[in-house]
Each structure stands twice: as structure tokens, then as C-alpha cells.
Design a protein around this ligand. Structure first.
Ligand SMILES: C[S@@+](CC[C@H](N)C(=O)[O-])C[C@H]1O[C@@H](n2cnc3c(N)ncnc32)[C@H](O)[C@@H]1O
Length: 936
């Protein structure tokens, strides 16, 4: 279990600053302007505003966290600016807006509950809060601990943060392009190994782990365990090809994002300060407010030969953060992956910024104006776009009240001045600072002349980065770029994603085309789903190549979809604008602006059975949403899936395992299996690598070999209920009850004929079918909604076993406790039946589900949660916690029994209470079967 580490979030935040920006930089919140990047600063930041609240419920949905933390500070002036809760941990780290709020907040949590006691979580557990830096983070690093214990820790940290080292060009390259020292073929070897060790092997490991869980469960249920799929056991289960090299190794980036901050210049003596600052723009430091003005600080003594440290001058500038905000921004001229035009623009910005009255934005205090500059260029059309991200002219959210950060009066004139400087001429050839021996590629004949063709300003008051849909203000020239890739032309708007290595993108798309072509026997009829389609590049390339006949593209970013629609027409493929097409089947292309998880299932449903379908997914770094994986798996029409990943060692591993593991209730459908893994080097000199992984659906024949018995969800139509239920339960009690209720029953258990989970009507209500949960046969009890039965119970027809789970079986309690958390998080009220030391039902009310889909989702979420427990891996800590949970649950049950509100039945403690219990829904969670079904 991870305890909150005072440095962990910052560690995540800072990791991006030390490497090249991530491939999906349009969509991730990049850390280029994150201040908490160096270790020192991170520590300082934590000591000031971060607090960890302990003993919150472990299972809180991410969208509920904000609601929960807001409820704590309701009616107070405490402002929480950020929360972080790792999954399955019982703590939340909050970042408060002001230092002064910290003590108040801690007091609020520790004493602000009923009767001046600590606040409690939804299960009555006492919460407590502590400053993040006071946590025992298990960090055994002596230095850190000593600093924490030191009363003067803050002061020292602040002082330390002023000791900066200016990096050499080599060190900047090491930080941003860590593979630059290697020959290109060696870079490819590094990536090839990484793709085998951290991608393909991990996928196989993950799938084997899922099989082991099944085996473990089967053993407990005295069942035959499913055999691991043969391909998983093979020596090189996933064949990884050698990475496809990038056609351009140097200067390949068509997009850069420069953070606006301060450039650090070391000055040696009083005299040289004057001289140096003259060189750096006459030493003018207009772009400042009083507090934001360039400081003179001590340079790292180690970086100097002098005994006394030199002085560092800070000059407003734009560039890359190579060692976090505190280390200043570095000019891109030394980086081999950055092209000349980008450096030329950096030069213009660096000429402008020191002379502007508008200061760089300081994201630590949220003051200042200029935040970052995104620059893009099209390789083929030589168009160039600049997007200036800035705080409101009246000042950022942390602006001083005295108006010293208010730039409203100068804003328009300054905007005009900057645009004038950017656009007045063809971009000059910059002086580069390449390493010795760097060989530049030959330039082409005069086409290197590039000028800025469009400028946008984008105002953003938020604390991190704007999303792709955030509005932009067009201030100069064209409204978008145009680029040519292969046989297609694409329009790219400021908010739309485009691959950052143009020639690399052509290679990448070529590989995708090859993978699709292999399976499209009837291209004209084949429909391609391009999930996370951006400006439609992949789908339209496939159409142009004639390997598919129709295209549905989905992307969350509206600007990208607007571009995709234009691009469809530009390339000769009519776009169906939904309402305009009379015949829904006649469209060539359809582009939908929506999160894929919201629309994909519906879109798939509308495809005629006979239409051959292929899918390409190209998600951002956080991978596919679970619902998208579910839809892809469930729709067995998709025989081939091409997964393009910019995070092959992370989210691809997770998603591939979900696509290829044996089916579960949440992820039904014949599994996929990876047939080829083709890395593509889109980011030479950095450690990033793109991966094209091709998955084929396991054939019915192959899959059939692994099925010992089916283990599925069965929908029993009303007429069949009596018979089937009778067959299952010798008393036929359930059958009678079911018939009485005139409802539909859904059994979750072994199959009796159908493998399909279909709930064809929206009218169905769930109710229990368990003889044991129905307390009496007189019909007096309320109909209940759903019972989730295990296959084992059904197999053995021994429902009494349901109540044989002993509290001393620690894992049982742990599961139940997790389930309880989950239910509370989902708005259920729970109670539990007690009979001696048995424990088996949970009563739920206030079910949020209003229809079958909701109920199904809730159920699957729960099953998924439970199925992800790895009991074998639980350690002593968990055992201790389990004992605690057991104690707590017992207490709750006893309380409920006393007040007569607990449910019950003839086999448990209070059968009568059940009839009067105010529960409208009764669910039995039988943990035996909270695991993926056994399909061996
Ligand atoms: C790596 S880009 C790929 C874009 C495109 N395939 C290309 O090659 O240019 C990832 C895309 O995923 C989109 N995206 C992110 N989250 C999404 C979601 N939940 N649903 C649909 N698209 C999403 C982003 O807007 C972005 O365009």
C-alpha cells in the first residue's frame, strides 16, 4: 500500500519537464509551466499548502472526489485548488489556495465535526488531517527527514531554491532529448528492447495474472480451471518488430511549445553585470511587476570557479524548462530535434519579452501575463502558426489588488507590437548551438523561407492548461494551417491535434494502411471506425488508399472534428452531417465530436450485421476509456483492431490485457489476440516511441476449445421462469415467487442456452430469485430487485452456502468492506444480516439505477472492482485493516439489528424485520462469483 508521499504528485508533475513533451501534448496538461518541478521547490510547495486527509473511503469515484472535498469546506472561506486521491488508498491530498488556509483546514477536519470532534467519513470512520510534509512517507532518505524535522526547514528550502545552476547545452540536451548522445541505430535498439521488456512482456504478464486469478477462484469453487490460451504461453507471445526509423532524425518537430518565464544569465562581477545585461537587451527589465522582476540570486557555487558565487540575472524569455520552473527557461537552439524556424521565432520572442511591460506568468503565484507560445509549421506548405497563451489582461487569478498586475491599458498596443515583430519578415536563420560533430541535413532549394502566416491569442485564467476546445482569438493571417500527408491534404486548427513528426506520420499511417489492407476482402463495403480520429487523418488516408469504403470518426475535440469534416470534403469524401443525409447508409464519412465512450456503442449498434467492420484507435496518453474497450470487445463484428499508442509501456499494456483476457461480465465477447507489434520511431533523440499493435479476434473455433462450460448471464423470459427456476431449485419456491411478481428475472450464473446479454425491453425490473433471500412464502414481502447469484450456488443448489462465509476469513471481510465502500459511493444505504458469525447479504436502497442499463453498469462496476482484488498479494497491512473492517461491520450490523431496520430472512437473525424494512432493492452479493467467469 502506498502511503502519501509528500513528493509524489510533484514527481508526476515534474517528470514531463525533464523529457521532451509527450506525444499527445495537445491533450495532456503539460508541465512546461508547472512550477513544482525541482525537488527543492516541490518540497517547499508541499510544506506550504498541501494537506493529507486520512481515513476517507477507499473507493470513491473520481467525479465524486471534488463533491466530497467541497462538502468539507462548504460555508467556509477555505479554497481547495487541487485534489489527488490514488485509487484504492484511503487518503486524499488537497492543495489549498493560500498558506493561511492550511491550519484552518486541518482544524476543520480534526475538530469541525459534530460536537467539536473530527469529521467522519460516510461509514462513520474518523478522519484526520495533517500537513503533507508531516507525513511519514516512508522516505528513508536522511536528508529529507532531517529537513522536515528542522524548524527552519521552510526558510532553508526557500534559500536553497534560490541557488540555481545554469545548465550547459549538453545538460539541456540530456534533460530534453536523453538519447542524443547515441548513434541513431543504437537509439532504435534501446527502443526495441523497451518495447519488448516493458510493453509486450508486460501485456503477457498481465494476461497471465488474470488467468491465475481465475485458477485461484476455480480452486476455491472446486471447479476445473480455465486453461491459459496457447498464444499466451508461447515463448515470444507477442512478436515485436524492429522499430521503423523516422525519415528525419533531426529538426523533425512541426510543433513546439515554449514556456514563458525567465532566462538565467550568470554574471561574474559588478562590471560584467552592466556589460552582460547590455548584451541581453540593454539590461532593460520592463516586462515585470515589482514582485515578478528579474531577481539577482546566487548561482550554484559548484558551477563557478570563484570562491564567492556569481550572480544570476533573470531575463524574461521563452523556451523550454529543462530543470523545472525554478531553473528558468532555456533557448531551444541547442536541441537537435527543433527546427530553425522554431528557433527563429524564439529569437523574436526573446527580443520582445524583455522590452514588454507585461511580465511572464508565474504559475506559482498565478500572476503575470504571458504563459506560453505554441508554434506550429507545416512542412509541405511552409505555413506557420503562433498561439500566444496568456492570462487575462487585468491579471491572473493571483493578481495583486493594487492593480500592479493590470495590463489592460497596454494590452492592445503590446499585442500589435508582438504581432508586428512576428510577421514583419521571413524568419531569419538562427545561430544554432549544436553539439560538435552534428551534421545538418541539406536544405531544400529556397523553400526554407518561412514566415508566420497566422497568429492567435488565447486567454486562459485557469491554473493548468486549457483544453483543446478553449476559445482562441484570431489576430492575424490565416485561420488554420494546411498540410499534405501522402495523397491527402489536411486543415489543422489551433486546437486540433496533429502528429508532431510529419514524415514520421506518413510512415505511421502507411503501417496502419498495411494492417487494415490485410483483412479487407471487400474494401468498398468495409466500414472503418477511427476512434480518437483528430482531424480525420488516419481514416481519410485509408479511404484515399481505397482499402475501406466508409468511415466513422470520433474525437472529443470539437475543433479537430470541424477540421475533419472540412478535410473529408477537401479530399473528395462527402461528409454526412447527420441530419442532412436522408439515407443513413449512404454516407462516406461521418465525424462525431464527442467522447468516444459516450457514442461508440450506439454507433456500433446501428451497423447492419452484414457490414464488415475494422477499427483503428489512437488515444491520447491516458489510453482508452473502459467503456470503449468494452464496446470493441463486445462487438464481435470487429475482427481486426489496430491500436496506435503513444504510451506503449503504460496504457497500451492495460488496454491490451483487457482486450485479450478471458471474457468477464464487464468485458464480454470473444477475446482479441495481438498478432503484430510494430514500433515506429516518431521521436528520435528522446525515449518516446509510438507503437502500432494489431489485434485479431480469436476465432470461434480456437476460443471454443477453452470453454468447459459457459458462465454467463441469462435472460429468462417470463414464461420460462417457472420451469428453469424449478430446475435450479428443488423447492420451486423461487419459481412461484417469480411468477407471482410478474417480473423478469435475470440470473447471473451458468448458461442455460444463450450467451448473449441482452435486455430487450426498458420495462424490466430486477428482483431476487433466491429462495434464501425471500424470507417467507406468503408473498408479504416486497418484491426486491436483483439477486446476483454465483455459478457455484446454482451448480450446487445449495443456497445456504451463501451464509457460510465466516468473518474470520479475512479476505471475505475485505471484499465485503470494499463492496460496502463502493455502495456508499454509489448512493446506496447498506445494512448487513448477521447470524452468529455468518454474513452474506447486503441490502441496498436508494438505488440510482432507473433502468436496466444503469443497473447493469452498477453491477458490472462492482463486479469489476471485486474481481480486481488480488488476495494473494495482500499483505499484513491489509490483514490488519481487515480486522478493523470486520469489527466495524459487526458493530453496524448489531446496531441495525437493534433498531430493527436490518433485513433478514429465515436463515438469518431477523426474518420479520425484513418485511418491514424500508428497502426497495435487495441485492445479494455473493463474493464467490465476483470474479471473471470461468470459460475454460
Ligand atoms: C494521439 S491523438 C490522435 C489523433 C489522430 N488519430 C491523428 O493521428 O492525428 C489522440 C486524439 O484523441 C482525442 N481524444 C482524447 N480523449 C478522447 C475521448 N475520450 N474520446 C475521443 N477522442 C479523444 C484527442 O482529442 C486527440 O485528437
Amino acid at each position: 500500500m502506498n502511503l502519501p508521499n509528500a513528493d509524489d504528485s510533484a514527481a508526476v508533475e515534474s517528470s514531463l519537464t525533464l523529457q521532451e513533451k509527450q506525444p499527445d501534448e495537445d491533450n495532456t496538461q503539460t508541465a512546461q509551466d508547472e512550477p513544482s518541478s525541482t525537488n527543492d521547490e516541490r518540497h517547499w510547495d508541499h510544506t506550504s499548502k498541501k494537506v493529507v486527509v486520512h481515513n476517507v473511503l477507499k473507493f470513491i469515484r473520481s467525479n465524486e472526489i471534488h463533491k466530497l472535498t467541497s462538502s468539507w469546506t462548504k460555508d467556509t472561506d477555505i479554497v481547495i485548488v487541487k485534489t489527488k486521491k490514488p485509487p484504492k488508498e484511503n487518503w486524499i491530498k488537497v492543495t489549498l489556495k493560500e498558506d493561511e488556509m492550511v491550519d484552518k483546514f486541518i482544524k476543520l477536519i480534526n475538530e469541525g465535526g459534530e460536537g467539536g470532534k473530527a469529521m467522519c467519513n460516510a461509514r462513520g470512520g474518523v478522519m484526520f488531517a495533517k500537513r503533507a510534509n508531516e507525513m511519514d512517507d516512508r522516505d528513508t532518505n536522511d536528508r529529507k527527514r532531517k529537513e522536515r524535522d528542522d524548524d527552519n526547514g521552510d526558510a532553508r528550502d526557500i534559500k536553497r531554491s534560490h541557488v540555481v545552476k545554469i545548465l550547459s547545452a549538453d545538460e539541456v540536451r540530456d534533460a530534453i532529448t536523453p538519447l542524443w548522445r547515441k548513434e541513431y541505430k543504437d537509439q532504435l535498439d534501446v527502443k526495441a528492447k523497451e518495447m519488448v521488456n516493458k510493453c509486450s512482456k508486460n501485456i503477457v504478464k498481465e494476461i497471465k495474472r488474470k488467468f491465475r486469478t481465475l485458477e485461484h477462484e476455480a480452486k476455491r469453487g472446486h471447479r476445473e480451471a480455465i486453461k491459459t490460451y496457447t498464444w499466451v504461453e508461447a515463448k515470444r507471445a507477442i512478436s515485436v518488430e524492429q522499430p521503423v526509423p523516422s525519415p528525419q532524425i533531426y529538426e523533425y518537430r512541426n510543433k513546439c511549445e515554449f514556456t514563458c518565464g525567465y532566462r538565467h544569465v550568470e554574471v561574474k562581477s559588478e562590471e560584467s553585470v552592466d556589460k552582460d545585461t547590455k548584451d541581453e537587451g540593454d539590461g532593460e527589465t520592463k516586462g515585470t511587476t515589482e514582485d515578478l522582476k528579474p531577481e539577482e540570486v546566487n548561482a550554484d557555487p559548484e558551477s563557478s570557479n570563484n570562491e564567492t558565487p556569481n550572480t544570476i540575472k533573470k531575463i524574461p524569455a521563452a523556451g523550454f524548462l529543462a530543470q523545472g520552473w525554478q531553473g528558468g527557461v532555456y533557448s531551444p537552439h541547442c536541441l537537435q530535434n527543433v527546427p530553425d524556424w522554431a528557433c527563429a521565432i524564439a529569437d523574436i520572442l526573446n527580443e520582445y519579452l524583455p522590452t514588454s511591460p507585461m511580465a511572464p506568468y508565474d504559475s506559482k503565484v498565478h500572476r503575470g501575463f504571458f504563459r506560453s507560445f505554441t508554434i506550429r509549421c507545416s512542412l509541405r506548405t511552409r505555413e506557420c502558426m503562433v498561439i500566444v497563451l496568456h492570462a487575462p489582461a487585468k491579471g491572473g487569478v493571483g493578481a495583486k489588488e493594487d492593480g500592479s498586475d493590470d495590463y489592460s491599458e497596454v494590452f492592445e498596443a503590446e499585442k500589435e507590437r508582438l504581432v508586428g515583430m512576428l510577421t514583419k519578415a521571413v524568419l531569419a536563420v538562427p545561430n544554432r548551438d549544436f553539439p560538435e560533430g552534428h551534421v545538418r541535413a541539406a536544405r531544400d532549394d529556397g523553400s526554407e523561407e518561412i514566415r508566420v502566416t497566422s497568429v492567435f491569442f488565447q486567454e486562459y485564467e485557469g491554473l493548468s492548461q486549457p483544453g483543446p476546445d478553449h476559445p482562441v482569438q484570431h489576430v492575424y493571417g490565416k485561420t488554420c494551417l494546411e498540410e499534405r500527408l501522402g495523397q491527402c491534404t489536411f486543415q489543422i486548427s489551433p486546437g486540433a491535434f496533429f502528429q508532431t513528426n510529419t514524415e514520421g506520420a506518413e510512415k505511421l499511417y502507411g503501417i496502419i494502411v498495411d494492417r487494415i489492407k490485410e483483412v479487407t476482402q471487400d474494401p468498398k463495403q468495409t466500414l472503418l471506425f477511427d476512434v480518437c480520429c483528430g482531424t480525420g487523418t488516419i481514416g481519410l488516408t485509408c479511404l484515399k488508399e481505397g482499402i475501406v469504403g466508409r468511415l466513422v470518426g470520433v474525437d472529443i475535440a470539437e475543433p479537430a472534428i470541424l477540421d475533419a469534416k472540412v478535410n473529408a470534403e477537401k479530399n473528395g469524401f462527402l461528409h454526412d452531417d447527420n441530419n442532412s443525409a436522408d439515407d443513413k447508409d449512404s454516407f462516406l464519412t461521418r465525424f462525431i465530436a464527442s467522447p468516444a465512450e459516450k457514442v461508440l456503442a450506439e454507433e456500433m449498434k446501428s451497423i447492419p450485421r452484414t457490414t464488415p467492420v475494422v477499427a483503428v484507435v489512437d488515444p491520447a496518453r491516458d489510453g482508452l476509456h473502459g467503456a470503449v474497450v468494452q464496446t470493441l470487445r463486445k462487438n464481435e463484428k470487429i475482427e481486426r483492431l489496430v491500436y496506435v499508442s503513444c504510451n506503449p509501456t503504460g496504457t497500451l499494456v492495460r488496454d491490451a490485457a483487457m482486450l485479450c483476457a478471458p471474457p468477464t461480465k464487464k468485458y464480454p465477447g470473444r477475446p482479441f489476440k495481438p498478432v503484430l507489434a510494430q514500433p515506429v520511431d516518431m521521436f528520435p533523440l528522446t525515449s518516446h516511441c509510438e507503437m502500432v499493435m494489431t489485434f485479431d479476434r480469436m476465432s470461434e473455433e480456437e476460443y471454443g476449445k477453452y470453454q468447459v462450460y459457459l458462465h454467463i448471464i441469462l435472460l429468462i423470459p417470463l414464461l420460462a421462469i417457472g420451469t428453469v427456476a424449478g430446475a435450479l431449485d428443488s423447492t420451486s419456491l423461487r419459481g412461484r415467487e417469480l411468477a407471482d411478481t410478474k417480473e423478469i428475472c435475470i440470473y447471473l450464473g451458468p448458461a442455460f442456452g444463450s450467451q448473449t446479454f441482452e435486455i430487450p425491453s426498458d420495462k424490466f425490473r430486477f428482483f431476487t430469485s433466491s429462495a434464501r433471500t425471500y424470507p417467507a412464502t406468503d408473498g408479504a414481502c416486497d418484491p426486491v430487485d436483483v439477486v446476483l447469484l454465483t455459478s457455484r450456488e446454482l451448480e450446487e443448489k445449495s443456497f445456504c452456502r451463501l451464509f457460510k462465509h465466516n468473518l474470520d476469513e479475512w479476505w471475505t471481510v475485505r471484499v465485503m468492506s470494499a463492496a460496502t465502500d463502493w455502495m456508499l459511493d454509489n448512493g446506496f444505504t447498506t445494512g448487513a444480516c448477521k447470524n452468529k458469525n455468518t454474513f452474506g447479504t447486503m441490502y441496498l436502497k436508494n438505488v440510482k439505477a432507473t433502468n436496466t442499463d444503469d443497473m447493469e453498469t452498477l453491477y458490472y462496476d462492482l463486479v469489476d472492482l471485486l474481481s480486481n482484488f488480488s488476495y494473494a498479494e495482500l499483505g499484513k497491512q491489509e490483514l490488519a485493516e481487515t480486522a478493523l473492517s470486520a469489527h466495524m461491520i459487526r458493530t453496524v450490523m448489531e446496531d441495525l439489528a437493534k433498531t430493527g431496520t436490518t433485513g433478514g430472512n429465515e436463515h438469518t437473525c431477523c426474518p420479520d424485520a425484513h418485511r418491514n424494512a424500508p428497502y426497495t432493492v435487495l441485492a445479494m452479493l455473493i463474493f464467490d462469483d465476483c470474479f471473471p467467469p470461468n470459460v475454460s
